[in-house]
Design a protein. Structure first.
Length: 552
């Protein structure tokens, strides 16, 4: 089997590249270990807690024991299905802040400043404001990825925004437009009541144009001859075979599996490869390093009024919601229920938001377990720019074995200060008049946790990953010893090989990573095709005029 381009991974970036490369007339093969995404657990937005807890759709990875979180092993889901993690995620759509991408440029990812990536965000979107207002000038109108807003019919969604306003924070009409900072409506990758994953947006149209096909199998290694990638060795039905690439091999296998595949192929830290008997093709010490994530906690409150989603937390209601969605694609099943949010700055002197809120009108965990108190609501909160760094390494030279994932969460003292501040600022928001009719008492952390030591104990016990891993194949200058790919996504030291997914992010951007991952696939496509890049934008994002002296 052969194609012009062989892409490893049918995830957020991989699907986008499959679409753009095949659209340009090239033959593309996408290698994906997982199976179909066509089932109600994936396609129904409100069912989001199911697929990421199902071995059929998730790689099932766990972290190594985290030394600063009482040795807990945290779950680290990644999509093993068409659409990758965009098929099992919470469908929250965030571009990231303009300054995030300017930092990428300043760290050596030349051509990836906000002015450079904004045109790609516009190209990839079809934005539906739902009549709620927003920044139409900043948004895309004809792209494959449909972005919408939930109906926000529950009064708690409005109470959250009103409370933020009462606490003195900004309100934003569109955090993906000119002004990220503030409280407002959340956006989701949902179209006509269905999860609008990268598979629905990009891969299905690519498969229809006749130039793209999906091959199911486990990528074992990239075949490299005389310093050039020529194909991918794939395990299919117990037999290894090589799929040849006439032009290039492109890895888009996630922040965990992309560095793993590079190392299995002989690209990585030489000493680590030698430990596993792997012949070194390119000694790149940055492969698997620079692992970053967002850590968060659920700040939960019991509700005085029975207006939360808990009233539907029974088999009969779930069946009715499911039936309505199945036949009409409407109702509660048609939203991820994350419909209000906020991006705020933690203190004066912080230039742009470093705290994100997901508000949910129910007290529930990601694994679908409801709080014992019954009716409640919660805000997911955590710092956006942790100083901690982890790594992904090989457990063995066997491609079937999971990689070793160590985030090293909370390893910097600043992380503890930031997290405590997150909790205290959140409590202040829920203490505003807007929530007086609804707040009964605090469930988590609970009123007893007030001092620094008490809050630290709660964080150690309850902090969870927001499932935003990135950074393990860092993009940078070709002469940067820690960079893995150059600003055109080419693996440094090997010809004909690129990496384009969240693993190449030099630094984690604000918010959820699905949007930036798809944008990376879009922009990488133009680099791969060697065509002119979209013209840089002159638009300037809003930054609080008094950020140096005011927190809000």
């Amino acid at each position: 089997m052969q194609a012009d381009y062989v892409i490893v991974g049918a995830g957020s970036a991989g699907c986008a590249m499959a679409y753009r490369l095949s659209e340009a007339g090239h033959k593309v093969i996408v290698i994906e270990h997982g199976g179909t995404d066509m089932g109600p657990f994936i396609q129904m937005p409100a069912a989001l807690s199911y697929p990421m807890n199902m071995g059929r759709y998730d790689w099932g990875y766990q972290t190594e024991p985290e030394p600063h979180l009482d040795g807990r092993r945290l779950v680290a889901p990644r999509g093993k299905v068409l659409g990758g993690s965009s098929s099992i995620n919470g469908m929250v759509y965030v571009r990231g802040h303009a300054r995030d991408f300017d930092h990428w440029r300043d760290s050596g990812a030349e051509g990836w400043a906000y002015a450079d990536v904004l045109p790609y965000y516009r190209r990839m979107e079809t934005w539906h404001d739902g009549g709620h207002g927003g920044d139409a000038h900043w948004r895309g109108k004809t792209g494959p990825l449909h972005v919408s807003r939930g109906p926000r019919t529950n009064p708690l969604f409005h109470a959250f925004v009103q409370a933020g306003k009462q606490a003195g924070y900004q309100v934003t009409q569109d955090y993906n437009g000119e002004k990220q900072e503030g409280f407002g409506a959340f956006e989701q990758t949902v179209s006509k009541g269905r999860r609008w994953s990268a598979a629905n947006a990009y891969l299905r149209p690519a498969l229809k144009n006749g130039n793209c096909e999906v091959v199911r199998g486990l990528a074992e290694k990239v075949v490299i001859k005389d310093g050039r990638a020529t194909g991918v060795q794939v395990l299919r039905a117990g037999v290894s075979e090589v799929i040849e690439a006439r032009k290039e091999v492109i890895i888009a296998a996630s922040a965990f599996n992309s560095p793993k595949l590079l190392m299995l192929s002989g690209i990585g830290p030489a000493a680590h490869l030698a430990e596993h008997g792997i012949e070194v093709v390119a000694d790149r010490k940055g492969v698997g390093q620079n692992l970053q994530d967002h850590l968060e906690m659920y700040i939960q409150y019991a509700s005085k009024k029975p207006i939360t989603l808990y009233k539907y937390w029974n088999l009969v209601s779930k069946a009715m919601i499911g039936a309505q969605w199945l036949f009409t694609k409407t109702g509660l099943g048609a939203s991820n229920q994350f419909e209000s949010c906020a991006f705020i700055r933690s203190q004066a002197g912080v230039e742009y938001p470093d705290i994100q809120y997901h508000f949910l009108p129910m007290a529930v965990r990601y694994d679908g377990k409801a709080a014992a108190e019954g009716h409640g609501f919660q805000a997911h909160v955590g710092p956006m720019r942790s100083a901690s760094r982890g790594q992904v390494t090989l457990a063995s030279a066997d491609p079937v074995d999971a990689p070793k994932i160590a985030f090293n969460y909370m390893s910097e003292e600043a992380d503890w200060e930031d997290f405590r501040r997150c909790i205290r600022l959140t409590r202040e928001i829920f203490a505003q008049d807007a929530f007086e009719p609804f707040v009964k008492h605090e469930i988590q952390p609970g009123d007893a946790a007030q001092s620094d030591d008490e809050l630290d104990a709660v964080i150690r016990e309850h902090a969870e990953s927001a499932f935003h891993p990135c950074g393990t194949c860092k993009m940078g200058r070709a002469d940067d010893p820690w960079a893995v790919v150059d600003p055109e996504c080419r693996v440094i030291g090997v010809d004909g090989l690129r990496v384009a997914d969240s693993s190449i992010f030099p630094k984690i951007p604000n918010g959820n990573l699905n949007g930036p991952s798809i944008m990376t696939g879009e922009k990488a496509s133009d680099h791969i095709l060697g065509k002119g890049l979209l013209a840089a934008s002159n638009d300037v994002a809003w930054v609080h005029p008094d950020w140096q002296t005011k927190q809000r």
